[in-house]
Design a protein around this ligand. Structure first.
Ligand code: IMP
Length: 194
């Protein structure tokens, strides 16, 4: 595992940061009932943990999007829409990672059109150096280096979402040539699991 990846955030680092984000949201939304929107699939794990770190009557909803075609125009298709109307609600969009920001910009404009009382973003990872469209990320877990990352919801070709920590991949070419070769990641590796 050591040759292939670097552990960026251990399970403990993530737990501490998620608790701090939850405490901030609890404080700033006191007396309100925010809706936490999970953007599937990558954001689901963070969403579930964040929710448990919030001491408010928060509700949840889920959205699934997929990019149109190849490349990153940011135009997405809504595969699964929210179950409930968000008009007049305090909405927090919970994202795994904001990279260029194109996807989230598109999503936020679609949600803003539904007239929420407020609309904020909580992202676990912010690859800020890659940003193309500026986005105001109200709650941010970590400022992430410009590297391909895996784990805690983030995948390569649908695998490695279940790692409880986040790693940076040293050679993305090697990963894409043989994703299964990284399977040893799932073996215990010292402190990353704690
Ligand atoms: P953006 O539109 O460029 O901001 O893309 C954001 C989406 O790209 C995220 O929600 C992820 O699904 C995916 N993504 C960006 N960087 C990574 C990464 O390092 N690992 C895994 N997925 C990523």
């Amino acid at each position: 595992m050591q040759e292939q990846v670097t552990v960026l955030y251990t399970a403990g680092d993530i737990r501490d940061r998620v608790r701090a984000l939850g405490a901030g949201i609890t404080r700033e939304y006191a007396g309100r009932q925010p809706v936490l929107i999970s953007v599937l699939k990558g954001g689901a794990m963070f969403h579930a943990d964040l929710l448990r770190a919030i001491d408010l009557h928060a509700s949840v909803d889920f959205m699934s999007i997929s990019a149109y075609g190849e490349g990153s125009s940011g135009v997405v298709r809504i595969m699964k829409d929210l179950d409930r109307d968000i008009g007049g609600r305090d909405v927090i969009v919970v994202e795994d990672i904001v990279d260029t920001g194109l996807t989230l910009t598109y999503l936020l404009s679609a949600l803003r059109a539904r007239d929420p009382a407020s609309l904020e973003v909580c992202a676990l990872l912010d690859k800020s150096v890659r940003r193309i469209t500026p986005i105001d990320i109200r709650y941010r877990g970590f400022d992430c280096p410009d590297q391909f990352v895996l784990g805690y919801g983030l995948d390569f070709d649908e695998i490695y979402r279940n790692l409880p920590f986040i790693v940076a991949v040293k050679d993305v070419g090697a990963l894409s040539r043989n994703p299964a070769a990284f399977v040893s990641l799932l073996g215990p590796d010292g402190n990353a699991y704690r």
